[in-house]
Design a protein around this ligand. Sequence first.
Ligand SMILES: O=C(O)C[C@@](O)(CF)CCOP(=O)(O)OP(=O)(O)O
Length: 326
Amino acid sequence: MHKGTARAYTNIALIKYWGKKDDALILPMNNSLSLTLDAFFTDTTVTFDEQYTKDVFYLDTVLQDEKATAKVSRFLDLVREKMDRPLFATVESINHVPTAAGLASSASGLAALALACNEALRLNLSKTEVSRLARRGSGSACRSIFGGFVEWEQGTDDLSSFARPIEADRFEDELAMVFILLNDKQKDVSSRDGMKRTVDTSAFYPAWVNTAGEDLTLIKQAIAEKSFTKLGEVTEANALKMHATTLAATPPFTYWSPESLRAMEVVKSLRKDGLECYFTMDAGPNVKVLCKKQDRQQIIARLTQEFSAEQIICALTGPDAHSIET
Ligand SMILES: O=C(O)C[C@@](O)(CF)CCOP(=O)(O)OP(=O)(O)O
């Protein structure tokens, strides 16, 4: 029996990954850059055992169905390629994410699974190699191997596509991200399906790829200069451009709900009142507010006038993924 447990944290992209150059290897069209956060993380235990006759997957102690287990098995097959004697495994993931949140925890989940496999099988993979492995599970997961600011180098093949931490002289410690959780009934298009439809059909998509490269340069300058204004402006603009591509897809779609739009307007009015903050959004209706750590209490106070307290969750920057003793 080979057992390992690891913890990995959620990351939110400031420069988005939105579109694959290679679906099978999960190679992106552009580099992305994210901030790893401390408030949401996944603990994953993987146990490989000669006795097991199939892969089994528990998420938050609930036995998962065929489809969810198949996704984990596809990932485990990558690990089994590295084993002299391939074994089946039991995977147990606990998401420390508010369940009502509907927050995508696939990034922290797959990152934790990759690191847990490295521990269980004593593969002695470097963090870069674990990031590369996690990428094969879910693109954004490769960024959750590292804490703070992280850049995913798009690369040109499996070997050259992985994430690396960005040295920022602890600028990340001056920041906070306040989540506005807007649970909408509508079934969102998954990020995987959404980006595929966009790449395949959206007239706006080529412009997105071009400007994403420029935005990355600008945001790295902002980090180097510790300019929060520049960081926020580029982050907000990049998210708006990414979401604009979905409107020109066939069939068109958007992740924005009426409440998302209201939340974005609230962020703009906070800025007008001198409380500097910027929003970003991913493949769902939730709105994430990037602000200075020192302003977070004032911003939370204003947001709880507009939304209920349980909809507001504050995160600070988070650490590298790491193994944990169970
Ligand atoms: O995180 C970002 O850069 C932006 C997004 O969150 C969406 F806004 C994309 C996440 O995509 P992911 O779930 O990693 O897709 P996969 O590779 O098909 O599994």
